[in-house]
Design a protein around this ligand. Structure first.
Ligand code: BGC
Length: 527
């Protein structure tokens, strides 16, 4: 096995420079628990698997880990359908495993951010089940959006909203006596009923949930669909429109309503109760798809959240001029609210950036992906990495339909609204750790299962295969993260100095503490 290079030692949790929040230049690594590491050999990743691989993340040189949901869930949307927010799903472990993972991460100098899913629950959540059982008029129905249907006998949905996964955003229920009854709203799958945030019980429950996980020691929350909690009064029709997209930025009566900000001001007060020392502060990052970066900045006013994903950046192609525009817009929008810019290229909902930016050949894909990564890491602010990008994993485009689990796949008849094959399973294939054959050390069982099949070619992309090979993507990420940590001009900041560059090339300079750095990215095919 190739020699493990000496690990750069990341700072411990207490080392953050005073006065500057740890999150302002943190590199945050997204772990998708189903696909990271499987300790018990059932083919599904778990918390014990993640715990065992924390030293790998420390050695990679990231500052924090964001874990996608591992709570009790029927898995209709891979855990984003939560049936009990205080319980770890047995397929991932238990609460003791979560506590141990947090403690181990802290001991290694890594912070832990967990996902909070406040827009919707699972239809197996006790409140929803009881609301169905009790029938129309039950006070529990007030915690969701139940409405009578339109049409003569209520046979039509209450409005024209569509689910982000395709099809109507409403499902009709049966009354306790079996007769057709009210409809309920679900912006996502029918198994994900939306909470009604006008309900006091909902707001109280989420305050209590924040405290529950903060008391367990988490350093922050990633807030799922943060822009969706408040719906426009009266749930008005939209009229003619394209299929609503998860990654869209249209102005809609169920996204980015001004009322959401009251919720985040309230949550900020709770986070602040846990301390305001910048080195140990608990933070929240919004998954907020909004029409513009200025609207995103509203979530980051000083009494609201700390960060928001930069989906405008993620949605920009590999082309210098649009990249320069979105980088400039981002910095200009964040400056007035004093929030750090964030940058992200891949996550569990989008085609991996190696494939997205691909120019056709595997070699060119990789060169572009690496260039995009270096550019991202040179920008001022905080950066998000998605598990496996450090291995240069491509999107898996040829998964058989029979193994796909993304609910969007079934609802959209196998393609997304633009006819693109793949949906979201292709970026969720379990990681290759070691060995010549699947499951490549993902599970401890030789030849054992993995919930999605891994391509045979991933043998050469495994952590083991890349470790110690200076030309590998993994060693490239390790070096990039060391440079980012050590160079005084990298990391936090709110501006770049643009330099003249030929068409298709992006060049900027950053300077701090007597040091300077120039970043140049060539987005053309010329070498
Ligand atoms: C998550 C998705 C999920 C959706 C519904 C998103 O934004 O990232 O994976 O399907 O919210 O919870």
């Amino acid at each position: 096995m190739p020699q493990q290079p000496a690990a750069a030692s990341p700072p411990t949790v207490a080392d953050s420079p005073r006065g500057r929040g740890w999150w302002q230049d943190a590199v945050i690594y997204q772990v998708y628990p189903r696909s990271f590491a499987d300790a018990d050999g059932d083919g599904m990743g778990d918390l014990a698997g993640i715990r065992g691989r924390l030293p790998y993340l420390r050695d990679l040189g990231v500052d924090a880990v964001w874990l996608s949901p591992f709570y009790s869930s029927p898995q209709a949307d891979a855990g984003y359908d939560v049936s009990d927010y205080r319980v770890v799903d047995p397929m991932f472990g238990d609460l003791a495993d979560a506590g141990a993972l947090i403690d181990d991460a802290h001991a290694l100098g890594l912070r832990v951010i967990v996902d909070l899913v406040p827009n919707h629950a699972s239809d197996q959540h006790t409140w929803f089940r009881q609301a169905l059982r009790e029938g129309p008029g039950s006070p529990l129905r007030g915690r969701f959006h139940f409405r009578p249907g339109r049409g003569e006998s209520g046979e039509l949905p209450p409005n024209d909203w569509e689910s982000i996964f395709g099809g109507p955003a409403w499902t009709r229920t049966a009354n306790p006596d079996g007769a057709p009854g009210e409809w309920y709203l679900h912006l996502f799958a029918p198994q994900q009923p939306d909470f009604n945030w006008d309900s006091r019980a909902v707001a109280d429950e989420f305050r209590s949930l924040l405290r529950f996980w903060l008391d367990l020691g988490v350093d922050g929350f990633r807030i799922d669909v943060a822009h969706g909690l408040v719906k426009a009064a009266g749930l008005p029709d939209i009229g003619v429109h394209d299929q609503i997209k998860l990654l869209g930025n249209a102005v809609l009566p169920f996204f980015d309503q001004d009322g959401v900000h009251e919720i985040y001001r309230d949550w900020r007060r709770i986070l602040d109760e846990y301390g305001t020392d910048p080195a140990t502060r608990r933070i929240a990052v919004a998954e907020a798809w909004t029409p513009s970066l200025d609207r995103t900045a509203n979530y980051l006013r000083p009494d609201e959240l700390h960060q928001a994903f930069n989906f405008q950046y993620l949605s920009t192609g590999w082309a210098a001029e649009p990249l320069r525009a979105v980088i400039g817009d981002t910095l200009d929008s964040m400056r007035p609210v004093g929030a750090p810019a964030t940058w992200v290229l891949s996550n569990h909902d989008v085609v991996r950036h190696r494939t997205r930016f691909g120019g056709g050949s595997a070699e060119q894909d990789l060169r572009r992906a690496r260039a995009a990564t270096l550019l991202m890491l040179a920008l001022p602010g905080s950066a998000y990495l998605y598990q496996g990008e450090e291995l240069g994993l491509p999107e898996v485009l040829d998964l058989p339909d029979s193994v796909r689990q993304d609910p969007a796949f079934g609802r959209a008849q196998g393609t997304d609204s633009e006819g693109q094959e793949g949906m979201r399973d292709g970026c969720r294939v379990p990681l290759p750790w070691s060995g010549p054959a699947a499951p490549f050390g993902f599970s401890p069982v030789e030849g054992g299962p993995s919930w999605l099949p891994q391509p045979a070619e991933w043998a050469k992309l495994s952590v083991e295969a890349q470790t110690g090979d200076a030309s590998s993507t993994l060693e490239f990420y390790r070096r990039a993260l060391v440079t980012r940590r050590e160079h005084p001009a990298l990391g936090a900041g709110d501006a770049v100095e643009w330099l003249d560059a030929p068409q298709g090339v992006l060049a900027f300079r950053r300077a701090a503490a007597g040091s300077a750095l120039v970043c140049t990215a060539n987005t053309t095919t010329a070498r």
